[in-house]
Ligand binder design. Structure first.
Ligand code: CTP
Ligand SMILES: C[C@](O)(CO)[C@H](O)COP(=O)(O)O
Length: 252
């Protein structure tokens, strides 16, 4: 089974507030995009399938930074390519998808912002597509009670409309995996939404659902949490940085 991946790294990282785009910000010894690329390229499905073509989306003004960062990735015989991303994540994924050949069976879509997702998670997603699911997402059970709210009332707050039964909810992560033809059709059908953050899909599985195709959830992992704010970076440094190993040694 031939697998390609689109690694989204074209966002600005406005909530992180760093001078560089988020994907090239160094965390735990390497830029986020490098950690994410390494996990994708290290993964092996049960039939030894692996990513043979990695397409990374970069901000137009920072293509050179992304290319330079990726020089640190040992790609073996996999092809690594950088394309310019779009105005939204959906547009960026579409730009990546456009350069993937039709000889590819499975496409993974992964966020550089989920830099510490493990190769095991990547392999789990590949295997679920291989097992016959058209679209697969990793998900975690929701630990908070979730309320649906109505329109805000000034600065005061929001009225609660209902409590959503959380046993049925999953917080969805990346990498998400798709049969290539299914993902291409879903992006084509949703293309009119792509240019504006207000209408764009927040994940690729959402586009596939809208196209009437069933989506399957496999177990996600805490390591695949999205790095959005400076606090997330601080947590990632503690969990994955050099001091995390030192602490483990001290405790042993
Ligand atoms: N036009 C865009 C916007 C986002 N992304 C990517 O989509 C992923 C998820 O987006 P998010 O975490 O929201 O990143 P940013 O858009 O960079 O962050 P912010 O919303 O804080 O600006 C990231 O890997 C980001 O690089 C992308 O490739 N193209
Ligand atoms: C794709 C995603 O990571 C799944 O949870 C998420 O929807 C990305 O959202 P963002 O608003 O673009 O960060």
């Amino acid at each position: 089974m031939s697998v390609a991946a689109v690694l989204t790294a074209a966002g600005s990282g406005s909530r992180l507030g760093h001078a560089l785009p988020k994907a090239v910000v160094p965390v735990a010894g390497a830029p986020l995009v490098v950690h994410a690329a390494r996990a994708l390229l290290a993964a092996r499905g049960a039939d030894a399938s692996r990513v043979v073509h990695l397409v990374v989306t970069a901000p137009a003004q920072h293509r050179a930074d992304v290319l330079r960062a990726l020089e640190a990735v040992e790609a073996g015989d996999a092809r690594v390519e950088v394309v310019t991303g779009g105005r939204t994540r959906q547009e960026s994924v579409a730009a990546g998808l456009a350069v993937i050949g039709d000889d590819v069976d499975v496409v993974l879509v992964h966020d550089a912002a989920r830099a510490f997702a493990t190769p095991d998670l990547v392999a789990r997603v590949i295997d679920a597509v291989r097992a016959g699911h058209d679209a697969v997402v990793p998900g975690l059970a929701v630990v908070d009670t979730v309320k649906r709210v109505g329109e805000p009332r000034g600065e005061e707050g929001w009225p609660v409309v209902e409590t959503v039964p959380r046993a049925q909810l999953r917080a969805v992560q990346t990498p998400q995996g798709f049969r290539r033809d299914v993902l291409v059709r879903a992006h084509a059908a949703g293309a009119a939404r792509a240019g504006d953050e207000a209408t764009a899909a927040s994940d690729d599985a959402g586009l596939v659902e809208d196209a009437g195709v069933a989506v399957w959830v496999v177990a996600g992992e805490e390591a695949a949490a999205k790095i959005t704010t400076p606090r997330d970076v601080a947590v990632a440094e503690l969990l994955h940085g050099p001091r995390s190993g030192a602490r483990a040694d001290e405790e042993a």
